[in-house]
Design a protein around this ligand. Sequence first.
Ligand code: PTJ
Length: 245
Amino acid sequence: MKIPKSHPRYESLMQRHLLLEGLRKGYVAEAGLIAHGRGEAFDYLLGERTIKEAMSAERIAVAMLLLSEKPVISVNGNTAALIPEVIVNLAGLINAKIEINLFYRTSKREKLIKKILLENGAEEVLGTEKDSRMIPGIDSERSRVDTRGIWPADTVLVPLEDGDRTEALIKMGKNVIAIDLNPLSRTSEYATITIVDNIVRAIPNMIKFSSEMKDWKRDRLEGMIKNFDNKKNLREIISRMRKGL
Ligand code: PTJ
């Protein structure tokens, strides 16, 4: 069905449409639809816009990515369905590798997602080769990471993540930047920087900040990170949601 642009819920319906198409084609997991529905509910509480606390987390995240030596963007089914092109653009700007990492891992899904990312301009997509290692402390296939990507990375950007892996990556000494509309999730709680925003808005904002900040001096970027308190930012978001209700 074609969604008319004039529909008041056009953006939201388009996101559902992209996920349903991904499910039909086999790269979005069935549970990806459930996860999206949960995200929609939280997005509704935020007014479906980037709130100021999310905007500052996005800025700090870009500062951290620009300072990182081996940044990696982790991509799952939902991310590939919703924003493949902007993920590739952001990776180019911050010089990050792109790695597919799936909770419901199958080689068919990996191949389909790799194809989408390559079609959207990615030069290299990690996470589909045999050359992998398991992150200690997680039992799911989510723990399998590329020896050229997440394994040696210093900072990992994880749009839509589960708490287990965030915790395990932090235990390995990595910075984890999570994008999760749910400020109460374990991912949000454990991440070094939590961006409570829809990935369809967060990544384009981060692209804008990357272009603006890419030539800034290290001290300036480091200072921004030092002054940021992730837990306090999360508390303010939860309080904003409460007040909104
Ligand atoms: O593609 P796979 O196999 O890796 O599977 C992907 C899912 C999403 C099924 C898997 O990662 C999963 O189970 O995720 P969770 O634990 O349900 O967490 C998803 C979180 O992302 C939830 O807290 C949602 O609120 C949030 N979320 C959903 N859609 C968005 C989102 N956050 C930001 N932007 C969204 N568009």
